[in-house]
Design a protein around this ligand. Structure first.
Ligand SMILES: Cc1cn([C@H]2C[C@H](O)[C@@H](COP(=O)(O)OP(=O)(O)OP(=O)(O)O)O2)c(=O)[nH]c1=O
Length: 183
């Protein structure tokens, strides 16, 4: 089995399903003309999985992509700390959605699906946002936060899969692997 991802979080989460996989980072570019977030992440997950699967025929290959959707805007990984600050200010005191697209390619078959988790943030003071950005490195995190780190204190609740927010919906992926006969 191959995980087509550079994300250390995804590696950790896939190891909850099996210890038996390798990481091959996909060279696929993350450009995408799709604006609907659930379709966008599914498309990008397919792009990542398929680009690795071409080089490893016969292997089971998993790709994923995560974005945050808040008030009609889509937040990927912030380009810099100013953008990160703007993203966190937009999430403050509101509900947002974290969408992770997952694609599994196995033999001639493939499955792709989007999983969504609703996340509630309490209102954040400007100083809290600055303090958080000083303690956590967020430029590699969609929406400029990591629920599994100190941003946990901003989260008043979630609806849906916690692991999906971290980058891989473990039980959803396990189901997809089962459907394709990979586990
Ligand atoms: C919202 C959120 C995202 N994230 C991370 C998971 C993903 O690594 C990242 C979203 O970026 P992605 O572009 O989905 O993934 P990536 O660039 O890290 O890795 P690859 O494309 O090679 O698979 O944000 C958290 O770790 N915690 C969170 O709470």
């Amino acid at each position: 089995m191959i995980l087509a991802s550079a994300s250390p979080r995804r590696k950790e989460l896939l190891s909850l399903i099996t210890p038996d996989f390798e990481v091959v980072v996909s060279g696929a570019d993350e450009t995408c003309g799709i604006r609907e977030p659930r379709e966008m992440v599914r498309f990008l997950a397919e792009k990542k999985a398929c680009s690795v699967a071409r080089d490893y025929p016969g292997e089971t290959v998993i790709g994923a992509d995560t974005v945050v959707e808040a008030g009609g805007e889509i937040f990927g990984k912030p380009a810099d700390l100013d953008e990160a600050r703007r993203m966190l200010a937009a999430l403050s005191g509101k509900v947002h959605f974290v969408h992770t697209g997952v694609c599994v390619v196995r033999g001639g078959e493939s499955l792709s699906r989007t999983f969504t988790t609703k996340v509630f943030f309490r209102p954040l003071k400007r100083g809290e946002i600055d303090a958080y950005l000083a303690e956590e490195s967020v430029l590699d995190k969609a929406g400029a936060y990591a629920i599994q780190g100190p941003a946990a204190k901003f989260v008043t609740g979630i609806e849906g899969c916690f692991f999906n927010v971290v980058g891989l919906p473990v039980s959803g992926l396990y189901g997809m692997l089962g459907e394709l006969g990979a586990v």
